[in-house]
Write a new protein. Sequence first.
Lengths: 246, 409
Amino acid sequence: MSSPLIEVVDVHKVYKTGDVEVQALCGVSLAVEPGEFVAIMGASGSGKSTLMNVLGCLDRPTAGRYVLAGREVSHMSKEELAEVRNQVLGFVFQNFNLLTRTSALENVELPLIYRGVRSKDRVRRATAALERVGLAGRFEHTPSQLSGGQQQRVAIARALVGDPKVILADEPTGNLDSKTSRDVMALFQELGQTGMTVVLVTHEADVAEYASRVVVVRDGLIRSDKKQVQRSASEIDLEARSGGML
Amino acid sequence: MNPFVTLRIAFRAILRNKMRSFLTTLGIIIGVAAVIAMMAIGAGAKAQVEAAFAAMGTNLLILLPGSTSTGGSFGGFGTMPTLTWDDLASIRSEVATVRAAAPSLRSNQSMVSEEMNWTTSVIGTTPEYFQIRSWPIALGSPFTQGDVDIGSKVVVLGQTVAERLFGANANPVGQSIRIGNTPFSVVGIASRKGQSASGQDYDDTAFIPVTTFAHRISGGLTKYLTGQIFIQSTSSETTARALGDITALLRDRHHIAPGADDDFSIRNLSEIAGAQQQGTETMTTLLASVAAVSLLVGGIGIMNIMLVSVTERTREIGIRMAIGAKPHSILLQFLIEALTLSMAGGLIGVALGVGMAGWLAERFRWPMLIQPDVIGISVVFSAFVGVAFGLYPARKASQLDPIEALRYE
């Protein structure tokens, strides 16, 4: 077996709010192999968002080791972390987090701008990414001219455009209706099938069903970690449609 | 990150709030425009003073005879003839720092040509006078030392006098006029010199040999020289020394005891010019500093709006950071935005300032002198203001925590 892409060993995270110390993570260890589709589940306050921030190199653990794609990132500077986020990771957020009044194409180009890619290559790659998520013909639309589902597709295209090693999605369907959610999850599954590693945070059990592995977090600790048979989007779709009659 | 891309992002952010951006730059615009207009006025005034003193003559000393004193009432300098023709001769020959000296005897006389007449001040002098006062002859030639020696009835007319007696564009050289009852032949026309600092018309004068003046106008040559002596020193460095040398010479010649007052006075025009210039310079500095304060206020305006902008765009900053913008890229982005604002303000301000100076010059006939280096300094300074006042907001933006920033509503 190849070495894990994500390797978190005994990670602690303590927040200080005034005099009160909050233990958000109390010794989490997790390894994700390349090509896995992992869903991290947990209620709010369970520490799953903190874990996501640590995995996403947005936050540094208080203690413990985090090796991402062979690099120890837990002690990196802000500048180095920014570079890792840019080169290795792709983010998808619950509220899309696209730049307003900026076209879909330019939103997708953004990671490449910070990587210093030349304009011509940027446009070519951003176009390809948008086509991949099924948004050909909507390049010049700004977020306000797009539906929620389309906005999330732009965000996914933005996550994909830099050929990341891992896509991190934080409640990607939280702001979408169930039909659109299924479409977006199908897209993630499709990415997984092409070998992309996807780590997804959610509190919805049916969203987790798309994943090949479910990790449950509670009180800053991993309570369970199970592999499961992925359910395809069409299967879930069918079930949803006939749901009332069964 | 490509600087061109950064610039484009900055432009877009600025154009997104056109009105706000314009109002922000207004401070810089007004500041730079004021600095340029003030400096133009100051430099113009200085140039005017310089020109006025250059018109008087370069390295010039004016020697005046003493004052009359009747029963304790002093008549002022020049009222008592204390200077003699011998004094003039010894100043010319004995003082090494003196290049030239010329007497100037003055009297108002009516002059008559064939068709017209005019009353003006007639100056009796020697040919050195034109050199001392840097006053070339435009038509014909000046009278000569020979004319002075024999008391020729020749005259050099100022431009105004020539126009009054012969009309504009005429060539009166060789023509004949009468001063009082004496016929004179016009040998030359002095070039136009314009007005003195006090508005007196230099060109409203006529010049005749000093001997002719004494015999025909003031009624005979006496021992005393009843006018002033214009003296030119050898260089601007020696003017002060010439003044000392002449003072010593005259005190000796007039047998003035040590400690007693001089019976003459010497005016150093370069000193007066220097003082005047210093005055206009002080004025310019004052005006420019007031204008510079408004630049400072403009800078604070930019800082204020950049802080607002950083707060407003916290989420955007968070997004950019999450997808890989380094803190220094964010810093650069906001710094360039502030710089663009201030530079735009600076350039518009330059245009406005130049326009304003031109309009003032036109409207109030103020002398204006727009110096290119002032424009350069203003633009550089407004860029500096942009960087200085943009740095704090930009640093604030770059040090945001991406998680907090993404959560910001």
